[in-house]
Design a protein around this ligand. Structure first.
Ligand SMILES: N[C@@H](CCC(=O)N[C@@H](CS)C(=O)NCC(=O)O)C(=O)O
Length: 317
């Protein structure tokens, strides 16, 4: 029932896989670099304990079933420090990191919103020591990335348990299933259902934006932002899409954050005007260190979007 004809590629494909994760205990649909053997079930990774460590139990209900009302910020994580980010590796980097040496690595590009999704989840779950970042220059990739790490040659990808997997939405779920930390997917079935709807919409949302950047974006994208405004009205127990912070916020955060800047800088348009819920959501997101620490330099981001979407025809996915 998840294989609708006529919708292929991008995040929709990813979303179908996400559904499988939730409904099949034998799910094995993660993207695995063919260079490194047959796809294997994500659940064969490290077995997550039923009760995350107490200090991490600040997200979705886990053992207690009681939903905490706060999320991680630098104020409530003892000893929380800003991470020193690794340098970006480009084509002058001749050797990959020591692959499959037992280290878990998240390959990202600082400018990439898809990679940012997974990076945020890794930060929020407090996995900075457990998952090392490797930053790639998308404009001048090291040749070893495609040859030895991830044949798709895209970011993000995650090296874990002797395999490399990709697709940002799959990876959000993979972190949820295989690592400790605050839960990012709700237990409440009505929230789960809405989460699925919103995750499915991410692809449409992003495509709408990228398509109309070259037209009249303020006019043409209004309904997509209105969709989000309506969605943010659904649950009243918090300012996030499902009330409490979840992987839905992570899926949208990097994109909405970037679009807000681009609309402001290029078209002098405030995407939150007349959309109070969206404004409040952005404000709330900006209180979450796990997210703000992944934000790219504003001027460079705008420049990169202008180059990529406003001058030459694009292929983002
Ligand atoms: N559907 C993928 C999309 C990933 C993607 O398109 N990443 C871009 C960077 S933002 C990429 O690596 N593109 C290849 C390139 O630029 O050479 C996901 O959700 O992870």
């Amino acid at each position: 029932m998840w294989y609708s004809i006529g919708q292929k590629g991008g995040d929709f494909t990813t979303f179908k896989k996400l559904k499988l994760i939730h409904h099949s205990p034998r799910w094995s649909a993660v993207t695995v670099s063919p260079a490194f053997g047959k796809p294997r079930s994500a659940h064969r990774g490290r077995v997550r304990s039923q009760c995350p460590r107490p200090s991490a139990n600040l997200g979705w209900p886990t053992c207690s079933g009681v939903r905490p009302q706060h999320h991680w910020t630098s104020e409530n994580i003892p000893g929380f420090v800003k991470e020193d980010l690794p340098p970006t590796l480009d084509s002058t980097s001749l050797e990959p990191p020591p692959l499959f040496d037992g280290t878990t690595r998240l390959y990202i590009a600082y400018v990439c919103p898809f990679a940012q999704r997974v990076w945020i989840a890794r930060n929020y779950k407090g996995l900075q020591d457990e998952i090392k970042l490797v930053a790639i220059d998308l404009g001048s990739k090291p040749t070893w990335y495609k040859e030895k790490v991830y044949r798709e040659n895209k970011v993000p990808s995650l090296e874990h348990n002797n395999k490399v997997i990709g697709e940002s939405l799959d990876l959000l779920q993979y972190l949820e299933d295989n690592f400790e930390g605050p839960k990012l997917f709700p237990n409440d079935p009505s929230k789960q259902q809405f989460a699925e709807e919103l995750l499915e919409y991410t692809n449409t949302f992003n495509k709408t934006m990228f398509t109309y950047f070259k037209g009249d974006p303020v006019k043409e994208t209004g309904s997509a932002f209105d969709y989000l405004e309506t969605a943010l009205n659904k649950f009243e127990d918090g300012l996030f899409f499902l009330g409490q912070f979840s992987l839905v916020d992570i899926a949208y955060g990097p994109f909405i954050g970037s679009f807000q800047l681009i609309f402001h800088d290029v078209w002098k348009y405030d995407i939150t005007a007349g959309r109070p819920k969206l404004g409040a959501w952005i404000e709330e997101m900006n209180k979450i260190d796990a997210y703000t620490q992944t934000k790219y330099d504003r001027a460079k981001l705008v420049e990169s979007y202008k180059k990529r979407f406003l001058v030459v025809p694009h292929t983002f996915n």
